[in-house]
Ligand binder design. Sequence first.
Ligand code: FAD
Length: 590
Amino acid sequence: MSDITVPDIGDFEDVPIIEILVSVGDTVSAEDPLVTLESDKATMDVPAPAGGTIESIDVSVGDRVSQGSKLMTLSGDEGGDDDGDASSAGSEPEPEQAPASPPAEDSPEPAVTSEPTPAPATDDGPARDFEVVVLGSGPGGYTAAFRAADLGLKVALVERHEQLGGVCLNVGCIPSKALLHAARVISETQEMAEHGVRFAEPKIDLGALIGWKQSVVDRLTGGLSQLAKQRKVEVIHGEARFSGPNTLQVAEREVSFAHCIIAAGSEAARIPGLPDDPRVIDSTGALSPDEIPGKLLVVGGGIIGLEMACVYDALGTKVTVVEMMDQLIPGADPDLIRPLAKRIGERYADVMLSTRVDTVRAQKNGLQVTFSGDAKSKRFDRVLIAVGRVPNGGAIGADAAGVSVDERGFIEVDAQMRTNVPHIHAIGDIVGGPMLAHKATHEAKVAAEVIAGRNVAFDALTVPSVAYTDPEVAWMGLTETQAKAEGIEYEKAVMPWAASGRALGLGRPEGMTKILTEIDSGRVLGCGIVGVGAGDLISEAVLALEMGASAEDIALTIHPHPTLSETVAFSAEMIDGSITDLMPPRKRSR
Ligand code: FAD
């Protein structure tokens, strides 16, 4: 008989129990969730430390507990967590449909780019180790694995690194946003000086800052391992390559599967001919610096390069950005980029557009760099290469499974995320399109659900893009550049944040919210926002596009005052003609 107490749950104390997931007499396996706690920051399950029978429950819903509080008593040991016990509380959900049924007659028309070849062998064949093996544990991979497990399939998740989470959690979205938050705090303290509140110059303890960033990453990646255990997803560590249409070789072990989901992601693109020197870094190196460089050259004025530039600028580095196109963040409308370009133009050492790096020479005192059209070199302490990402399709032995990979390393898929080999799906960065985590997770769910026999397809109308720079830039749906190139007629309203009380109060009135709508119907076609928090504001426009909402629908939706979200409503009111906070752009009555 043993007491089950609340384990170390981080910085939370005195948190309420919101659900008790077992009853006295239930048999549980190790890691089965027992109770759910909810703090103001997170909801978390307390798992069973071992298998056994629940003898008593000492708490009720609503009770507040901290680390060490007794929850219940457990007797006996029903074995490890791997076998699971069908009678366990919190056991796996029943499959909602027979797994892997062939697509129904009325399957959505897949966006097939190549003829599917017949599956060499699927689940009619010999017994396999797993119904689904997912290759890669990034946001695409872990989402696919967890969804497939939740639909009742026996799943393995294969990852070459010790930590789960892929690029996004370990060296991408999450660590970069943690450092960008630090950058924002530093900038805000500087900005407040103009408004009568002066802080001393910040003292940066780089080790502590990077340690904090890493603790955020570790917390999330550790959480993934826990979630995998709770779902009985077997995590297999090792470099994987296909050894046949239904097998993956993972280190010494051959793993067989009925279905596979390739989610092997991408890596930073390199520029050939650069010196092999530790001072030439990619985004991964930039996220874990050993010192704050005096002078940094960022090669590539896209989202990743500018986010890193933003961090280093706040830390006190003199930043230069070089971009070969004539605009920063090519892909976003030029008017959205203007406030960002203005701000960084004032803060950075230099921003060079329509310029290429010609040579980089490693010298003792720095990296000497020459640029196109200028023979004179400039010296930098670090050079960050941020010129895009390349898919990992060429390094997984796809040939052995018959999966086609193009010359750049991308894998073509149809709208159900199937490759040319029908029992093998692919998702995330490796299939192209915007290389973004939220695209990967949505594709992941489609792939898992299709394998489980559901008739679904990836048919999102847009994948929003966000640069978490300062100010942030976010856009979705139709851009003006695209509309003009494709001859699409549209109506447009631009709401300057100088007319937003909230933006003024934040001291950041340089932003704007632009909305594009269909002529006559007023249906939202596209939206672009630049300003602090733009990345959070864009979701409303995405929902409007997906729901077929019109500018009038947004205008009639009451937005809380004073918020930046009102700028979306105001831009809709400008289309609609009902704006009162500005002069209406044209006379219209409703
Ligand atoms: P990945 O995350 O690349 O994961 C693939 C996994 O597969 C990796 O863990 C890899 O180790 C594993 N793998 C590959 N080959 C093998 C093999 N042969 N055997 C075993 N394992 C293998 N996106 C956003 O949406 N928002 C952001 O703010 C954002 N910020 C970013 C910032 C930076 C600095 C970077 C670099 C990227 C950022 N991204 C952002 C992009 C985002 O990280 C990717 O789009 C996302 O991680 C792709 O997910 P994925 O599942 O396709 O692959």
